[in-house]
Design a protein around this ligand. Sequence first.
Ligand SMILES: Nc1ncnc2c1ncn2[C@@H]1O[C@H](COP(=O)(O)OP(=O)(O)OP(=O)(O)O)[C@@H](O)[C@H]1O
Ligand SMILES: [Mg+2]
Length: 466
Amino acid sequence: MFSTKEMPSPSSLFSAFASITASVMFLQSMLHQILPQQLRDYLISVLQNLFKAHTPMLTFVFNEDNELGGLNDIYYAAGVYLETLRGPNTKRLNVSKSPKEVKGLIFRLEDGETVTDLFDGGIELHWTFVCSKSDKDSSEKRYYELSFHNKYEDKVSNSYIPFVLDRAKAIGEEKRVLKMHTLNNSYKGIGWQSINLDHPATFETLAMDLNKKDDIMNDLNRFVRRKELYKKVGRAWKRGYLLYGPPGTGKSSLVAAMANHLKFDIYDLQLANVIRDSDLRRLLLATGNRSVLVIEDIDCSVDLPDRILQGEEEKKSDHHQNHDKNSIAGTFLTLSGLLNFIDGLWSSCGDERIIIFTTNHKERLDPALLRPGRMDMHIHMGYCTYEAFKQLASNYLEISGDHHLYGEIQGLLEEAEVTPAQVAEEFLKYENADSALEEFVKLLKGKKIKDDECEVKTDENTIVMV
Ligand SMILES: Nc1ncnc2c1ncn2[C@@H]1O[C@H](COP(=O)(O)OP(=O)(O)OP(=O)(O)O)[C@@H](O)[C@H]1O
Ligand SMILES: [Mg+2]
């Protein structure tokens, strides 16, 4: 038992604590003044290494090739993922450029470089890239080492490595150059040929009603997020859009903007070039996941309901080549047949598919296509509204605010029917914004209101969910 006399008083305890704190602070500031930054960092790293030497570490090694002679996915994923990490001690990076398939530069760690990652609230993971030459045959062996405290082995195997694989996939997708696949008829038959999709259209540059734009973007984002829901309710993970409206209103531009937004490849299926349904099946089977299948001008590219077997008679005739192409080989393919075919095929073997039909004449379409549940969204692309005009003026003439001619233009646009394509073309003629707008006013004034056979004007850029 202590007597109260032996116990230090609270005030003496406090003053002792204050003087220790003051000394520590004094020492700290002395060290900061005396030791240069580099020396301090060095001492800290020596102390850390001393500490680490006593930490039970485990190291995973990821070779370039796996045991079975194939490529080791984790090795490649690590390369991609680690380019997002830099340490204060990173000294050398390997930089390369692949001109075709990947956007931007590719950064990889150089031999011996180490970076540290933190995972799940502070688990330290040290990655090192090693490139060693064999003495026997001077072949090169490249691998990544991943070191961490051995108590985290399960966490690293079951959570961290899957995380790295996922991140690498996402980074790869982000940097991938999109592809545009079109039909190519060669001696081998009809097939897809691909080129890089360099279409500059994005939702930012697209001139259309802002709410409609948001609706489409939200719909696309919701679609890609909902993998589990589609699975749960037993639906194929696909979504259909019908874009309709007069020529030059941005239907093809919207297709490109959607593909650019989702980072999906485009398959442009020109149905008029497809002869047999066996070809169609083969072509559809050859399309990849995460892609947009586009059938443009569905009303006139092919007259599907008329695809009837006309046998030898048709083959003899050189006239009506298109019609001939669509009806030989004993196929009877209706639009609903094509749609069911796509549904069936994609239900069994496709994921993340978007299908888009475009037309200038919605009223001419087969009712099968318009049936509720067939195309999930009907999007009307209409004549240029004032809002769309302002977007085009900002894109082409770099007018961000207001302009004294805007009031007049707004009134004129309510009466005249001009397409965004016409507006864009007009703006391209002039370098000076004022002259471009003045000429545009003249054009609007001189324009007769056309009785368009396609759409009524009150219905600009409408979206119908079906
Ligand atoms: N809404 C728009 N926003 C921005 N640019 C547009 C828009 N509509 C048309 N344009 C411009 O006009 C050009 C032609 O447009 P686009 O090919 O997208 O029209 P379309 O509706 O597909 O026409 P068509 O029915 O003839 O196929 C585009 O390259 C683009 O520059
Ligand atoms: Mg088009």
